[in-house]
Write a protein that binds this ligand. Structure first.
Ligand SMILES: Cc1cc2nc3c(=O)[nH]c(=O)nc-3n(C[C@H](O)[C@H](O)[C@H](O)COP(=O)(O)OP(=O)(O)OC[C@H]3O[C@@H](n4cnc5c(N)ncnc54)[C@H](O)[C@@H]3O)c2cc1C
Length: 339
C-alpha cells in the first residue's frame, strides 16, 4: 500500500510525481508504468518551449497561460542555474518563419527571453527559401529530454519514490491500493479510461550531427530544426492525425530531409544519426480534473492529467503543480490510509 500511485513515467507523470513529493514529503509515492525512459514519447520530444494556444485547443486561455507561466518559471530557473548541464535546459535562439501572415501574437511571446517581429529586409537578409515572408526572432529554452527525464527520475527515487513496471488493464485494479491515483498515461488514457477524445498525432524526427547549426528554425512549411546540446533534430511540424503506426516510412525521411535542407541549406552535409517516430497524445481539451470513481470494490479518487498533445514538455511542470493542488484538495477531505 502506498499513498499515491502515479500512472506514467513520461515527462507528465514524472513531473507530477516529483511535484507531489515536494508538496508532501512524508507521503509514499509510486510511479507505475509499462514503459520507461527510452520507450516513452517524452524521450523523443524536441523539448522546445514554444506553446501556442492553437496547439492546445479547448483549454481556456487564462488556464493555459497559468500552466505555461508555472512551467516557464521552473524551466527558466533550471536553465540559468549551476545545475543546467544536469537538468538539460539550454537558452536557445531561433526563428519562426511563415509563408502566411501570423495574425495573433503567440502565447509563448509573454514568457520567453526574447521575442521580436522580423522585418521583410531581415527575412531577405537571412536568405531562407520557401517564401517565408513573415517571421519572429525568439530566444527560448530547449530541454534535452534524455537529461531531463533522467534528472526527474533521480529526484523521484532519491526522495524515496517507488517504481513498478506494470501494464494496467483498468484503473479499477488500483482500488484499495492507495489514497489517490494520478493518471498521467498519455495516449494510454484511451484504453484506461475508454476516452475516445484522445488520439495520436504522429511525429517523425531525424537526429543529425550538425554542430555548425546553432539556431533553431520552426516553419509553416513542414520543416523544423532544433539543435540541442549534443545533436540536432529535424522534422515535420504537424504529422499525421489518428495514425497509430510507429513504423518508419523511408519516403517520410526523404521528405523531411528535402524540406529541411530547402528551409535551411546550412544543414547540407549533416550526418544522419537515426530516425524516431512518436505519437503525440492529443486531446481537446487536455484532461486535468478530479474523478471520484464509485466501483463495486469501493471508491477510487483519481486526478487525471493527460492529453498534452504538441506541448507536453512546455506544459509539464504547470500541469504537475495543478495536479498536486487537486491531490491536496482530496487529501484535505479524507484521512490518509494507515501504512
Ligand atoms: C515528434 C515530436 C516532437 C515533440 N516536440 C515537442 C516539443 O518540442 N515541445 C513540447 O512541449 N512537446 C513536444 N512534443 C510533445 C510531447 O512529447 C508530449 O506531449 C509528451 O511527451 C507527453 O508526455 P506524457 O508523459 O503525457 O506521455 P508519454 O511520454 O507517452 O508517457 C505515458 C506514460 O504512461 C504509461 N502508460 C500508458 N498506459 C498505461 C497503462 N495502461 N499501464 C501502465 N502504464 C501506462 C506509459 O508506459 C508511459 O510511461 C513532441 C512530440 C513528438 C511526437
Amino acid at each position: 500500500m502506498v499513498n499515491i500511485i502515479v500512472i506514467g513515467a513520461g515527462v507528465v507523470g514524472l513531473s507530477s510525481a516529483v511535484s507531489i513529493q515536494r508538496e508532501f514529503p512524508g507521503l509514499k509515492v509510486k510511479v507505475m508504468a509499462d514503459k520507461f525512459y527510452e520507450e516513452t514519447t517524452s524521450i523523443g520530444a524536441a523539448g522546445v518551449f514554444l506553446p501556442m494556444s492553437t496547439n492546445t485547443p479547448g483549454v481556456p486561455i487564462d488556464v493555459l497561460t497559468r500552466w505555461c507561466e508555472t512551467s516557464w518559471n521552473a524551466f527558466s530557473k533550471m536553465a540559468t542555474s549551476d545545475q543546467a548541464s544536469t537538468t538539460g535546459q539550454t537558452l536557445s535562439h531561433g526563428f519562426v518563419l511563415n509563408r502566411t501572415r501570423m495574425t495573433e501574437i503567440p502565447l509563448y511571446a509573454k514568457f520567453v527571453y526574447g521575442f521580436r517581429k522580423m522585418t521583410s529586409e531581415e527575412l531577405i537578409r537571412l536568405g531562407v527559401y520557401d517564401n517565408f515572408r513573415f517571421g519572429y526572432e525568439v530566444t527560448t529554452i530547449i530541454t534535452n529530454m534524455r537529461k531531463y527525464l533522467t534528472w526527474l527520475m533521480n529526484q523521484f527515487t532519491s526522495n524515496g519514490g517507488e517504481i513498478e513496471k506494470r501494464k494496467l488493464g483498468s484503473l479499477s485494479e488500483l482500488c484499495a491500493q492507495c489514497d489517490v491515483v494520478v493518471n498521467c498515461s498519455g495516449l494510454g488514457g484511451r484504453q484506461l479510461c475508454e476516452d475516445k477524445l484522445i488520439y495520436p498525432i504522429r511525429g517523425h524526427l531525424i537526429k543529425v550531427d550538425a554542430p555548425s547549426v546553432k539556431d533553431w528554425i520552426y516553419t509553416d512549411a513542414m520543416a523544423q530544426i532544433f539543435p540541442s546540446d549534443d545533436f540536432t533534430v529535424i522534422g515535420e511540424v504537424r504529422g499525421k492525425e489518428h495514425d497509430y503506426s510507429k513504423t518508419l516510412d523511408p519516403s517520410d525521411s526523404q521528405g523531411i530531409m528535402k524540406r529541411c535542407l530547402r528551409a535551411w541549406p546550412a544543414l547540407t552535409g549533416a550526418k544522419i544519426l537515426g530516425d524516431w517516430v512518436g505519437l503525440r497524445p492529443m486531446r481537446e481539451p487536455v484532461r486535468l480534473e478530479t474523478e471520484v470513481m464509485r466501483l463495486p470494490q469501493g471508491t477510487l479518487n483519481v486526478v487525471h492529467n493527460y492529453g498534452h498533445g504538441f506541448n507536453g514538455v512546455a506544459l509539464s511542470w504547470g500541469t504537475a503543480v495543478e495536479t498536486t493542488e487537486k491531490v491536496k484538495e482530496i487529501l484535505s477531505k479524507q484521512p490518509l490510509s494507515k501504512l
